[in-house]
Write a new protein. Structure first.
Length: 261
């Protein structure tokens, strides 16, 4: 097991780095996170007992979110941190030890490979997939603070149009706890397009028991932080992805301009 674990920690085709960092020295005050960027599951885990089709679903990653994040990184000249593993192995936006961290049920789908995991395997996933991502983000935020750089955090996600049979009418949501001014400024920027149905704290709310990035990297540091959710059917094409990246690029700097005025 020790030899296997040591090999697994080394980045490679089947065991990629836990975090892919884009444009780390970008000049924007926005720091982008995409915790559900990848649906990758190493062969060792045998798809967690799931059919391959399930790994293309939202339960395995946030469809379209990584492409939006990549575009935003370029448009804003912002650093971006992208996850390397599927949220089914360990969810980077859930506190360790919670039921959502390593789910045995995701939406209405059982995850056989996550049932009755021993503490060693839980710790292994946390060490290989969870800690390196968040340690890299924390180190980046520490450097920015040391250098006196202004910082705001935007984490990019997508959500299903229908959840457990219940339709979701919103095109996008902006979720926040302590960063109300930041969140409302983004909503105002998006609402310029009157055809959009956007809302605050939909389709979820930020909770310390069910979220990680906003409370830990944002609120606890006094950094304005929001989680942006886009309905995934709107990200099913290249044109849709580019349109949403452009919308967010226009909405996010609106707070910068207000702050400077």
């Amino acid at each position: 097991m020790a030899a296997q674990r040591a090999n697994a920690v080394q980045p490679g085709k089947d065991w990629p780095a836990a975090v892919d960092v884009l444009n780390e020295n970008g000049h924007s005050d926005i720091v982008l996170l995409c915790e559900h960027a990848s649906n990758h599951i190493p062969a060792e885990y045998e798809k967690l007992g799931l059919d391959t089709s399930h790994l293309q679903r939202h339960i395995a990653w946030d469809i379209g979110a990584v492409e939006v994040t990549r575009h935003l990184s370029v448009l804003l000249d912002a650093p971006a941190f992208l996850s390397g593993y599927s949220r089914l192995l360990i969810d980077l936006n859930r506190p360790l030890g919670t039921s959502g961290s390593i789910p045995v049920l995701s939406e209405d789908t059982d995850i056989p490979g996550n049932v009755a995991l021993d503490p060693v395997e839980r710790a292994r996933r946390a060490e290989i997939m969870f800690a390196p991502f968040h340690d890299r983000v924390a180190a980046h935020l520490d450097r920015r603070a040391k250098n006196g750089r202004p910082t705001r955090i935007a984490t990019i996600h997508s959500f299903t149009p229908v959840f457990l049979g219940i339709p979701r009418p919103w095109h996008a949501g902006v979720l926040y706890d302590r960063a109300a001014d930041f969140g409302e400024a983004i909503l105002a920027g998006l609402s310029v397009d009157r055809a959009l149905n956007v809302g605050a704290n939909v389709p979820y709310v930020i909770s310390r028991d069910a979220d990680y990035a906003v409370p830990i990297h944002g609120d606890d540091r006094g950094i304005p932080a929001v989680l942006i959710e886009i309905r995934q059917d709107l990200l099913s094409s290249r044109s849709g992805i580019e349109a949403w990246a452009n919308r967010l690029a226009a909405a996010l700097p609106a707070q910068q301009k207000e702050k400077a005025s």
